[in-house]
Design a protein around this ligand. Structure first.
Ligand SMILES: Nc1ncnc2c1ncn2[C@@H]1O[C@H](COP(=O)(O)OP(=O)(O)OP(=O)(O)O)[C@@H](O)[C@H]1O
Ligand SMILES: [Mg+2]
Length: 138
């Protein structure tokens, strides 16, 4: 049976705190011998998911929960915030041609996360958002 490592962190809304989640990811990856390229992609996914959650989580509970479950084969990342939520269906796909002339250059996070993971599910309601990401590591 493959070893299964779990890490659960509650991050306060503090600048650069996403690096704490990244540090944990890297330590687990190294321990299990996960290839550098896979961890590099997972690092980008975690950074984008955690920054979104920190940006949107509510002032009444200014924390974000990050959960990892890692085996040699697969990484599951769950990021939960207490923000107002959003409707993912209403988020427009970013288009590089339009972005060049736009003053708002943002809007790439979700697209980037999708491109570097194998499954991404967003569950959002007015009391918060949970994003679940699966990334194959082998
Ligand atoms: N956790 C969240 N809670 C509420 N709204 C969210 C959350 N995550 C994403 N969104 C909404 O989805 C939009 C798109 O997110 P995405 O990460 O793709 O882009 P961005 O955060 O606006 O910009 P970038 O990630 O490029 O800096 C956000 O602008 C926001 O409206
Ligand atoms: Mg973002």
């Amino acid at each position: 049976m493959d070893q299964n490592i779990n890490l659960e962190i509650k991050l306060p809304k503090v600048p650069e705190i996403e690096l704490v989640a990244i540090e944990g990811l890297e330590k687990m990856g190294k321990y299990l011998g996960i290839p550098e390229d896979k961890i590099g992609e997972a690092r980008i996914v975690v950074t984008e998911a955690v920054i979104n959650a920190l940006e949107h989580t509510g002032d009444s509970n200014p924390y974000v929960k990050v959960e990892f479950e890692m085996t040699k084969e697969r990484l599951i990342i769950l990021v939960t915030d207490s923000g107002k939520g959003f409707n993912p269906d209403e988020i427009e796909e970013p288009d590089i041609k339009k972005k060049i002339d736009s003053t708002n250059k943002r809007g790439w996070g979700i697209k980037l996360m999708k491109s570097m993971s194998d499954d991404l599910i967003i569950e959002s309601k007015p009391t918060g958002t949970k994003i679940s990401i699966i990334k194959n590591l082998s």
